[in-house]
Design a protein around this ligand. Structure first.
Ligand SMILES: Cc1cc2nc3c(=O)[nH]c(=O)nc-3n(C[C@H](O)[C@H](O)[C@H](O)COP(=O)(O)OP(=O)(O)OC[C@H]3O[C@@H](n4cnc5c(N)ncnc54)[C@H](O)[C@@H]3O)c2cc1C
Ligand SMILES: Cc1cc2nc3c(=O)[nH]c(=O)nc-3n(C[C@H](O)[C@H](O)[C@H](O)COP(=O)(O)O)c2cc1C
Length: 583
């Protein structure tokens, strides 16, 4: 269903906007059309005028169902772009978030498009998991005769590149659907290929000579541009390492200030930060490639190319552009996928050296992508600033010390007074509820960042709902991120409760999920009273362990079978009271 929430700027009171959104948000296209006509008619009647009749279309528009599976909003945005282009070409699009998908909607669709991102290690976006499993499961209705197309979003740095889009594409064909536009698998620089695919899809899906009009295909120039025009510069006005000097971690609190006002952001949104590469790494890479003197290439590599990621695609490009025999063998014998794990581009060049020119080396790189960081502040409290909490990524693999590009840019090369380029990445699926609702926030490590924004916002709006934070890290003394903020919030009531888990302070490791279990009776009581449950931070282990702990808590507190307890959490998810922002 296409959501068209009434903006907060609408000329209504906040509660009225909430009420309208509750009615208009989930309304079907038909219901909304009726409402629009009805209201227009009312005004016209009141004015004693004859309501203007909309020009009748030459032919009724043909329906198109667009389903998107998205976590950070890219697929959702592209679904909107596709709908716009489709509408211009005689189609009547309905957009459905896969989180809300009822499979029966697919059988009635004549034309069906999926835009699907892949998350985790080849998994669906969290919100889409239920519908995805249903689609892949037993008893799915056949889709005989349904015309379909799939656009897949992903990142070639992951072994399971675009896995979810690929699986949905195969599944729709296996169910009898008729693929009328080939799937395109997009990397992080998706704007151009996605724009082209939208053009091709609309061309293939639009009714021939739509209503006598000439088919209008926008070949995607717009989405490509539109995605990048909100980048702004900010000055770092506070720079603090929140870990103690004895911690083995480094987590930087950044306060950014914006000339002319902070860009509009809400608690729960992130900022995309545009990093630069480590010059020392770029120098090593150029040396390994025998291109040390090339200053132009060096500058470009530092500023704007992804020179660390090593994907299967990079290895293939290297083999074909250089003809390197050992690399070809690695690919042919199927060992490349394993070889690249834990390695970077520099390992490929250093391990399999061969004469390279600047163009060949450049062709092994892709544009340097921004990294997302949850905003850790509310504009209502910090005015024209935005705060971030960034943990330095450092590790060793295959005998080489490695550093995360963006986090080490921040931790090692930026300081107070420097400027950074950022862009707001809205996340309306991780927003605060009405001020009288209770909230439970689970955010270990940097996962706590958005909850600082939540707590600030709740203080500023004098929210009456209770708030409960679960935080965890390694050591109480060295790693208690934003400790003073939480103490203040507990004192002034912006935070009602806090439970902490410091995993390395006790012989037995204690994590947030253990604290959830300890507090299960009250936790379920809060949830039964309508509380929302938020999880932010590590997706690999934490988010799954937290969900499993909640299922067990339901089973124990309410004496439910494991299946019924699972269903209780599924219900929370369906009601959008279990919300995740994990990475
Ligand atoms: C919506 C969202 C919000 C986020 N919010 C925050 C936040 O508030 N704070 C925060 O710090 N981060 C946050 N992140 C994560 C952040 O975007 C970056 O992914 C993170 O900072 C690492 O980026 P980097 O450029 O430093 O590392 P990259 O150069 O991107 O390198 C990271 C890669 O290094 C590899 N790697 C990392 N550790 C190891 C290891 N131990 N062994 C082997 N390989 C390893 C992995 O392949 C990993 O993908 C968020 C992510 C998302 C999607
Ligand atoms: C934590 C994380 C895990 C990801 N895992 C994968 C993956 O396994 N395979 C893949 O192709 N892309 C992966 N991606 C890349 C996303 O699919 C890509 O960023 C996509 O544009 C997101 O689209 P969305 O905003 O609609 O969710 C991952 C991204 C993040 C941040």
């Amino acid at each position: 269903m296409e959501m068209s929430p009434i903006p907060k700027t609408a000329p209504f009171a906040e509660e009225e906007i909430d009420l309208l959104n509750r009615v208009v948000g989930p309304a079907s296209a038909n219901q909304r059309a009726w409402l629009a006509g009805f209201l227009a008619g009312l005004d016209a009647a009141a004015a004693g005028a004859v309501a203007p009749q909309p020009a009748a279309p030459a032919r009724p528009a043909e329906p198109l169902t667009i389903v998107y599976a998205s976590e950070s909003g890219n697929s959702e945005k592209l679904a909107g772009d596709l709908a716009k282009s489709a509408r211009k070409n005689g189609l009547k699009p309905t957009i459905i978030d896969m989180a809300d998908l009822d499979l029966s909607a697919l059988t009635t669709a004549k034309r069906l498009v999926f835009i699907a991102a892949t998350w985790g290690e080849g998994e669906p976006p969290a919100r889409a998991i239920r519908a995805y499993n249903e689609l892949m499961g037993e008893g799915v209705p056949r889709l005989e005769g349904v015309e379909f197309g799939v656009l897949a979003l992903g990142d070639t740095a992951y072994a399971e590149f675009c896995a979810i889009g690929k699986k949905i594409d195969e599944r729709l064909a296996a169910l009898g659907g008729k693929r009328i536009v080939d799937r395109v698998d997009c990397d992080l620089d998706f704007a151009e290929p996605a724009g082209r695919w939208i053009g091709d899809a609309v061309k293939a899906l639009a009714p021939p000579n739509a209503g006598g009009r000439v088919i209008e295909v926008d070949f995607g120039a717009k989405p490509a541009l539109a995605l990048n025009n909100d980048v702004v510069e900010a000055e770092i006005i506070e720079y603090v390492d929140l870990n103690s000097s004895r911690s083995d971690k480094e987590t930087i609190h950044l306060a950014l200030s914006f000339e002319g006002g902070a860009p509009a952001y809400e608690p729960g949104d992130s900022l995309d930060l545009y990093p630069e590469n480590d010059p020392a790494y770029v120098d090593d890479l150029l040396r390994a490639a025998g291109l040390s003197g090339d200053e132009k290439l060096r500058a470009e590599f530092i500023k704007s190319r992804d020179v660390t990621t090593l994907s299967l695609k990079t290895v293939e490009t290297y083999a074909s552009s250089t003809g390197h025999q050992y690399v070809r063998t690695l690919l042919d014998e199927g060992q490349a996928k394993e070889w690249i794990v834990g390695r970077q581009l520099i390992d490929l060049i250093a391990t399999f050296p061969i004469a390279l020119d600047a163009e060949k080396l450049r062709a092994l790189t892709r544009p340097l992508a921004p990294r997302a960081y949850s905003i850790a502040s509310s504009r209502r409290e910090v005015g024209d600033e935005a705060h971030l909490l960034i943990s330095a990524v450092r590790y060793e693999s295959h005998g080489r010390a490695r550093k995360g590009v963006a986090s080490s840019y921040v931790a090692e090369r930026l300081k107070r007074g420097d400027r950074v380029r950022v862009k707001v990445k809205p996340n309306k699926h991780f927003a605060l509820p009405a001020p009288d609702k209770d909230i439970i926030m689970v955010g270990p490590g940097t996962g706590v960042a958005p909850f600082r924004a939540f707590v600030q916002e709740r203080r500023a709006t004098e929210a009456t709902g209770r708030s409960w934070l679960f935080f965890g890290d390694r050591h109480f003394t060295h790693d208690f991120l934003y400790q003073l903020d939480w103490q203040d919030a507990l004192k002034d009531g912006a935070l009602t409760r806090m439970d902490v888990a410091f995993s390395r302070d006790t012989p037995e490791k204690i994590y947030v999920q253990h604290k959830l279990w300890d507090r299960r009776a009250e936790l379920i009581e809060w949830l039964d009273g309508g509380a929302l449950f938020y999880v932010c931070g590590d997706a690999k282990a934490m988010a799954k362990d937290v969900r499993a702990a909640l299922v067990r808590a339901y089973a124990d507190v309410k004496a439910l079978s494991p299946e019924a307890a699972e269903q209780a959490v599924v219900t929370l998810e369906r009601e959008k009271r279990y919300l995740q922002d994990t990475y």
